[in-house]
Design a protein around this ligand. Structure first.
Ligand SMILES: Cc1cc2nc3c(=O)[nH]c(=O)nc-3n(C[C@H](O)[C@H](O)[C@H](O)COP(=O)(O)O)c2cc1C
Length: 238
């Protein structure tokens, strides 16, 4: 039986050594990736892709690009979350098409607003040329910001952060879902992104958000008790 959300959150630990004798079901991993894509994401642009690696030879090569850290070298399967900021126009158009399909369920005002959002606001935020246009938009928003409330996340780095935030939320959905099924994971950012992109033959503009080793934990695969900064040091109610 699947765990409750709180049980799954508590069960999840970063597992650095997976049990070599225990296999995991690729269909369940795929189901957890499907849960991943249900994550909230900026403007519903879904600027992500997921690579589910089950091939033994490829797993070995990927582990090498992760410096053979044990979370990768002992993983039974690997899931890689990739950011595709370059697809913003395509994904905005998919939203436009979807909203058009659902037109009859929306008021004219709602329909016009959402169309305007994807046809004008999104291009304003995402359109860039070598970072110059983004910086120019940022300066304009900074000046207007003296007089009114302004949206300021307009530089290339800002939109990259936006896309990575959403991809990380999908990764977290995935890892919690895996925990729900009693499967273990370890997110990794210790890897050679260039070599990995080459290995997976990824689009040049894609960026790797996270590599997630998957398997079933060995007891010694969890490195010690969970440590968290005392909650009252990070929680502020105002
Ligand atoms: C973005 C990100 C990158 C991480 N990279 C690595 C990594 O390369 N290798 C590793 O062993 N653990 C990695 N971790 C796992 C963290 O060290 C771990 O989440 C943290 O110590 C808290 O432990 P817990 O996940 O068991 O609660 C990463 C975690 C995140 C969120």
């Amino acid at each position: 039986m699947e765990k409750s959300v709180s049980e799954a959150i508590n069960y999840r630990r970063s597992v650095r050594k997976f049990d070599p004798s225990k296999e995991i079901n690729a269909d369940i991993v795929k189901k957890c990736i499907e849960n991943g894509v249900l994550a909230p994401n900026s403007s519903n642009l879904q600027l992500w892709e997921f690579y589910h690696i089950t091939n033994q030879e490829l797993l070995r090569k990927i582990s090498k690009t992760c410096f053979n850290q044990s979370a990768a070298s002992t993983a039974k399967q690997i899931v890689i979350t990739v950011v595709r900021k370059d697809l913003w126009k395509l994904r905005a158009n998919k939203n436009i098409d979807f909203i058009h399909l659902k037109k009859k369920n929306l008021s004219t005002k709602q329909y016009d607003l959402t169309q305007k959002y994807y046809k004008r606001v999104i291009p304003f935020v995402y359109k860039d040329f070598l970072g110059i246009l983004g910086f120019f938009k940022y300066i304009i928003s900074y000046i207007f910001g003296f007089f009114r409330v302004m949206y300021r996340q307009l530089r290339t780095t800002d939109t990259r952060i936006i896309a990575h935030k959403s991809a990380a939320l999908a990764s977290q959905n995935f890892m919690i879902s895996m925990a729900g099924f009693g499967y273990d994971t370890c997110p990794m950012e210790g890897f050679d992104s260039l070599k990995l992109k080459d290995l997976l033959n990824l689009n040049k503009k894609s960026e790797i958000n996270m590599i997630i080793g998957c398997g079933i934990r060995l007891k010694e695969g969890v490195y010690g008790d969970r440590f968290r900064i005392p909650f009252d040091e990070v929680y502020f109610q105002k």
